[in-house]
Design a binder for this molecule. Structure first.
Ligand code: PRT
Ligand code: ZN
Length: 213
C-alpha cells in the first residue's frame, strides 16, 4: 500500500485559517470547515485531522498523526517527544508576565514569594528557576487575565499579541519569557516513504514562503 501522510490541524481557532491557507497555497486540496473531523486530499497523498490544538502534540508523539501544526508555546509547554521540522511564520505571539498597572515593578525579583496565575506552568516554572526566583504558580486553564482583579494572584503569565487584553484588564506587560509562532511538528520516527512525502511537502512550503519574501 502506498503511504499517506496524516496531518493534524487545529479545528477552529487562531491557527486554523493560516494553516488551511498554507496547504491551499501549496496546491494541496482538501475540504475543511464542513464540520467533518477528517478530510482526504484529492490531489496529494495526505489526510487531515481537525483537532483541538492541545491534543496535537500528543497525537503526533503517539504516531496517530505524522505531522501537525501547533503554536510553539503549546509544543514546548507539553514537552512531547516530537521534532520541530519547520517554522511557519504565522500566529506569532509572546508569553509574558504582567502585573496590575499600579505595581511598582523593579524586576523579576519582585515576584519572589508571590502567586502567579498561568496556563503555562512548565514554561513559567523553568523561567523562574533560571532567574532564581521562587514563586507560587497557580495553574488555570483560561481567563488568566482576571486573576489579579479577583484576588487569585498578584501577577499573570499569559499569551500576548496586541496587548489589548492586558490593557482592558488593568494589567501591564513587564517581562517576555517566550516568543512563539506556528510550527510544523513531526513524529520522531518516520519510514522512508513518509519522509519522502514530507520532503515534498516541505519543498512546497518553502517555495510558498520564499515567494512571499
Ligand atoms: O480550541 P482550541 O483548544 O483548539 O484553541 P485555543 O483556544 O486553545 O487556542 P487559540 O486558537 O486561541 O490559539 C492557538 C494558538 O495561537 C496559541 O497557542 C498561540 O500559539 C497562538 N496565538 C497567537 C494566540 C494569540 N495570538 C492570542 N492573542 N493565542 C492566544 N491568544 C489570546 C491570549 O491567550 C489572550 O487571552 O489572546 C489574548 C491576548 O490577545 P491580545 O491581542 O489582546 O494581546
Ligand atoms: Zn487549546
Amino acid at each position: 500500500m502506498s503511504s499517506v501522510l496524516r496531518i493534524a490541524l487545529q479545528k477552529s481557532g487562531r491557527l486554523s485559517e493560516d494553516s488551511y491557507q498554507l496547504f491551499k497555497e501549496c496546491g494541496i486540496r482538501f475540504d475543511y470547515g464542513t464540520g467533518k473531523l477528517k478530510s482526504v486530499s484529492s490531489n496529494f497523498p495526505a489526510e487531515f485531522l481537525f483537532l483541538r490544538d492541545d491534543d496535537i502534540p500528543g497525537y503526533v508523539e503517539d504516531g496517530v498523526a505524522d505531522l501537525g501544526i501547533v503554536g510553539e508555546n503549546v509544543a514546548v509547554e507539553m514537552g512531547r517527544q516530537v521534532q520541530t521540522i519547520h517554522k511557519l511564520g504565522f500566529s506569532k505571539c509572546r508569553l509574558s508576565i504582567a502585573v496590575p498597572r499600579a505595581t511598582d515593578w523593579t524586576g523579576i525579583q519582585h515576584l519572589e514569594g508571590r502567586n502567579i496565575a498561568t496556563s503555562y506552568p512548565n514554561l513559567l516554572g523553568n523561567y523562574l528557576k533560571e532567574q532564581g526566583v521562587r514563586a507560587e504558580i497557580h495553574e488555570i486553564s483560561g481567563s488568566v487575565e482576571i486573576a489579579p482583579s479577583i484576588g487569585l494572584a498578584e501577577a499573570v503569565c499569559d499569551i500576548v499579541s496586541s496587548g489589548s487584553t492586558l490593557l482592558s484588564n488593568g494589567l501591564k506587560e513587564v517581562e517576555t519569557i517566550f516568543r512563539s509562532e506556528a510550527i510544523l511538528i513531526a513524529r520522531p520516527e518516520l519510514d522512508a516513504d513518509k519522509q519522502t512525502l514530507i520532503d515534498k511537502l516541505l519543498f512546497r512550503i518553502k517555495s510558498v514562503q520564499a515567494a512571499k519574501n
